[in-house]
Design a binder for this molecule. Structure first.
Ligand SMILES: *Cc1c(COP(=O)(O)O)cnc(C)c1O
Length: 415
């Protein structure tokens, strides 16, 4: 069956025809038959270079043989125990070893679950009720973070989804990204703030990069007001280097959240942090958190294999940084919009200068983006289908892939 036929049927079986909203590409999404390395093969027989990579987890590309072997070995030994397995110690040990700010971790099954638990933990630790997030920051699909962007810093949060209790998101305040002063003002006026949660690099409207001192200022201000700093490293963890934003920018969180790459492409999430904070998590402490699939052996096996591979091949990060620079050189020549990159994440914004926050991202010409996106797809390059989603590269992208992507950028941006 062709993608159009599959989608017509899918719409009768699942809301919007998809399992997650961003996949509902118009007029219909392509269906994938198989994926290997940097390429996707669709049921329609198209071969595409993938710059979406499952929205970030696949830093080693699709069906990487090392990861596959680790998963297969685990499958032979079973894939769900309901009791601890030694793999948990391996993955916890690697993550803790790579992040000086993290003394303990708890595994969960998704990034959303990790941020939900991290926020509960911050409230349990501080005894305070409100949280602050960044406008346009994404932390998954649970109630406390589904707050409409644009509600001012001093006003109460307003739900960004039907079905979210207004009283609950009233406890979620928002500040613009790259504005340490707004954060300080809000903290000086409110003494019931448990935590500030942010993506160190905004990945779900961007990449939008932190200004020179922003993260250091955020660390200093939150500490001064006894507010916990939650770094959401679900995208940045192992993506911008080993140690993520914590190491790259030298900013120690009180709590950090992980997902995506640490599961090597299988479902996973984790939250970790200072030991005195983490010891409040059940059963060690009174903050409840639990999950049937938490510490799933197949995900752990894929995650351990991925992180070990990255440790053994640190040159991957430099090569990917060179690759996005190659694409940037072409994009910048086009003198149309602005190109932003950080290691293997990149994006072309249809806006004259690089955006610094959500309000500026919103000024992008989304119609120009849509035309560009479609033109890229016609040349065989799959980018995430939104101006507001980051593009990714993987270690599986060959020099030829990179050249093809750069050339396509050239012809589609100059068009
Ligand atoms: C993807 C993402 C999440 C949510 O992770 P899921 O595994 O999709 O639940 C949370 N925070 C950030 C920064 C993300 O990019």
């Amino acid at each position: 069956m062709k993608s159009s036929d599959l989608f017509a049927r899918a719409k009768t079986l699942m809301p919007g025809g998809v399992s997650s909203p961003v996949r509902a590409i118009k007029p219909f999404p392509f269906y994938v038959e198989r994926a290997a390395g940097s390429h996707l093969t669709t049921v329609d027989g198209d071969d595409l270079i993938d710059c979406c990579l499952g929205y970030g987890p696949l830093i080693l590309g699709h069906a990487n043989p090392h990861i596959r072997e680790a998963i297969e070995r685990q499958l032979e030994g079973g894939w769900l125990y309901g009791t601890p397995s030694p793999l948990e110690l391996d993955l916890a040990g690697i993550i803790i070893g790579d992040h000086p700010g993290i003394g303990m971790v708890r595994f969960v099954s998704s990034g959303s679950e990790a941020t939900m638990a991290a926020i509960r933990l911050a409230r349990g630790y501080t005894g305070k009720q409100d949280i602050i997030k960044v406008e346009g920051g994404f932390h998954g699909a649970h109630d406390a973070v589904l707050v409409k962007a644009g509600s001012g810093a001093t006003t109460l949060g307003v739900p960004d989804s039907a079905g979210v209790v207004a009283d609950l998101v009233a406890h979620t305040r928002q500040v613009p990204y790259n504005d340490a002063e707004a954060l300080e003002t809000l903290l000086s006026e409110n003494d019931d703030i448990a935590a500030f949660i942010l993506e160190p690099i905004m990945g779900n409207i961007g990449p939008v990069l932190p200004g020179d001192d922003y993260l250091a200022d955020v660390r200093e201000i939150t500490a001064a007001y006894d507010v916990l700093l939650i770094l959401d490293e679900v995208i940045t963890g192992y993506r911008i280097g080993i140690g993520g934003a914590e190491v790259l920018y030298g900013v120690k969180p009180d709590i950090a959240t992980f997902g995506k790459i640490i599961g090597g492409g299988l479902p996973i999430g984790a939250f970790g942090g200072r030991r005195d904070i983490m010891e409040l998590v059940a059963p060690a402490g009174p903050v409840y958190q639990a999950g049937t699939f938490s510490g799933n052996p197949a995900s752990l096996a894929a995650g351990v294999a991925t992180l070990r591979y990255l440790h053994d091949h640190p040159e991957i990060y430099r090569r990917l940084d060179d690759a996005t620079r190659t694409i940037e050189e072409v994009a910048v020549d086009a003198r149309r919009g602005s190109f932003v990159r950080m290691g293997s994440i990149f994006k072309h914004f249809f806006r004259s200068t690089s955006p610094r926050n959500y309000r500026e991202v919103k000024e992008c010409d989304t119609e120009a983006f849509s035309r560009f996106w479609k033109a890229m797809l016609d040349l065989g390059i799959f980018l995430p289908p939104s101006q507001f989603e980051t593009n990714f590269l993987s270690a599986a992208h060959s020099d030829q892939d990179i050249d093809e992507i750069a050339e396509a950028y050239g012809s589609c941006l100059f068009a």
